[in-house]
Design a protein around this ligand. Structure first.
Ligand code: 4SX
Ligand code: FE2
Length: 342
C-alpha cells in the first residue's frame, strides 16, 4: 500500500448556489462571513480566525450542490501521493493548475470510492489576519471551518477508505447489538472531526460546520435571527451534542445548504486516543438534553458534483437510524419509553 497524502485539515468547500446575491445577503450580512474576494458569479468567504484566502467558495449555478471538499496537505509531494492513492483504487483523478481557483496553488481532484469529489492542495494564499478585528465581527462571529458532514449509504466503506487515508476515529453511533454503524466522526486535525459520515442516501453533502468562539455567539445569532423575523432559517437547536460534546445550531441557507454553527469540542491528539461509541438507542447521542431531532435533519442533503460538474447519481440509504432509535427512547427525565417504528 502506498503512503497516503499527509492531510493537515479539511480546508474549504466549493458550493453551488442558485442566486449569488441572495446567498451573499444570507452568508455575509446575516451569518457574518468575511468576504475575502469576489468576481462575477463567485464569492470567496472566510472566518475571522482563518489566515488563508478562503474556506468557502460560493458559485452561482443551476442547482444547489457541493462541487468539492478541499483538504490542505503538508507538502507539495503530497499531491503526487494523493494522485497515486486514488489512481490505485481506480478512482477518477485530475490535476489542476495553480490559480484554477483564486487563492489556491496546484491541486489534485479525485472522486473517492463513495462518490465524493475531493481536492487536495498545499499552497494557499496567505491573507491579512483579522483575528482581533472585533469591530468587523457580526452574526455568529464565524471563526473557521471546522468540519464537513456527508451522507452515504455505506458507513462501513467510508470508515475503511478514510482510515486508509490516515484519518483517526473519534466517535461512532452504532447498534451495539448487531454491529450496524450509523455514523462515524473522523479527524486529521486534533479535534473531534474533519469529516463525519452519516447514514443516508448518497453521496450527498449533509452539512458544513463553522467554529465560533463560545456558546453565547450561537445564542446571540439565534436572538438576532428572531429579532429580524428570520428564525425560519433555524432547522435544529441550539443544543449540546452528545457526540463531540459541542454546542450547536443548524441553519438551512436559501438554497437548502445546511450550515452548522459549532463550538468547543475536545482535543483528540494524544497517540493513545480512543473512540467513544454511542449506542443508537441512547437518546442523548445527538442531543445531550434528549430533545427530539427534527426529521428533516436526517433526510435533507444536497447533491455532489463529479469532476465534469455533473450531479452524481444518488443511491438510497441502507438503514435508518431514526427507525432503530425509535424502538426505545429515553426522555429528558431519564425514563425509557417504547415507541412504534415509523
Ligand atoms: O447529532 S450529533 O450529536 O451526533 C453530532 C452532529 C455531533 C457533532 C456534529 O458535528 C454533528 O453534526
Ligand atoms: Fe456537524
Amino acid at each position: 500500500m502506498n503512503t497516503p497524502p499527509d492531510i493537515v485539515r479539511v480546508a474549504y468547500v466549493d458550493l453551488v448556489v442558485t442566486d449569488l446575491q441572495r446567498a451573499r445577503d444570507w452568508w455575509v450580512d446575516l451569518i457574518g462571513f468575511h468576504v475575502q474576494d469576489e468576481a462575477p458569479g463567485v464569492l470567496y468567504l472566510r472566518g475571522y480566525e482563518e489566515f488563508v484566502h478562503h474556506s468557502v467558495v460560493l458559485r452561482e449555478g443551476p442547482i444547489a450542490a457541493c462541487a468539492r471538499i478541499g483538504f490542505r496537505v503538508r507538502t507539495d509531494d503530497c499531491l503526487d501521493r494523493a494522485e497515486k492513492f486514488f489512481r490505485d483504487r481506480g478512482c477518477a483523478v485530475q490535476r489542476v493548475a495553480a490559480g484554477a481557483t483564486t487563492g489556491l496553488g496546484e491541486a489534485v481532484r479525485a472522486v473517492d470510492p463513495l462518490g465524493f469529489t475531493l481536492e487536495f492542495v498545499h499552497q494557499m494564499e496567505r491573507v491579512e489576519p483579522l483575528v482581533q478585528r472585533y469591530d468587523l465581527r457580526r452574526g455568529a462571529s464565524i471563526n473557521r471551518l471546522d468540519h464537513v458532514n456527508v451522507a452515504t449509504p455505506s458507513i462501513d466503506d467510508s470508515y475503511e477508505v478514510y482510515t486508509d487515508l490516515g484519518f483517526g476515529l473519534s466517535e461512532t453511533i452504532e447498534d451495539t447489538a448487531d454491529g450496524t454503524l450509523y455514523a462515524t466522526w473522523m479527524f486529521r486535525k486534533q479535534t473531534v472531526h474533519d469529516m463525519a459520515f452519516t447514514m443516508g442516501s448518497g453521496p450527498m453533502l449533509h452539512h458544513v460546520a463553522f467554529a465560533v468562539p463560545e456558546s453565547h455567539n450561537i445564542l446571540g445569532l439565534a436572538d438576532v435571527l428572531g429579532a429580524h423575523d428570520q428564525a425560519h432559517w433555524i432547522e435544529r437547536g441550539p443544543g449540546r451534542h452528545g457526540v463531540s460534546n459541542a454546542f450547536y445550531l443548524y441553519l438551512r441557507d436559501p438554497d437548502g445548504h445546511r450550515i452548522e454553527i459549532y463550538t468547543t469540542d475536545y482535543f483528540t491528539g494524544d497517540p493513545d486516543h480512543e473512540p467513544i461509541r454511542w449506542d443508537v438507542h441512547d437518546e442523548r447521542r445527538r442531543d445531550f438534553w434528549a430533545n427530539p431531532i427534527v426529521p428533516t435533519w436526517y433526510s435533507g442533503s444536497v447533491p455532489v458534483l463529479d469532476l465534469d460538474g455533473n450531479p452524481t447519481p444518488i443511491v438510497e440509504q441502507a438503514a435508518k437510524e431514526t427507525t432503530a432509535a425509535k424502538k426505545v427512547t429515553v426522555g429528558a427525565d431519564g425514563l425509557g419509553t417504547v415507541v412504534d417504528d415509523d
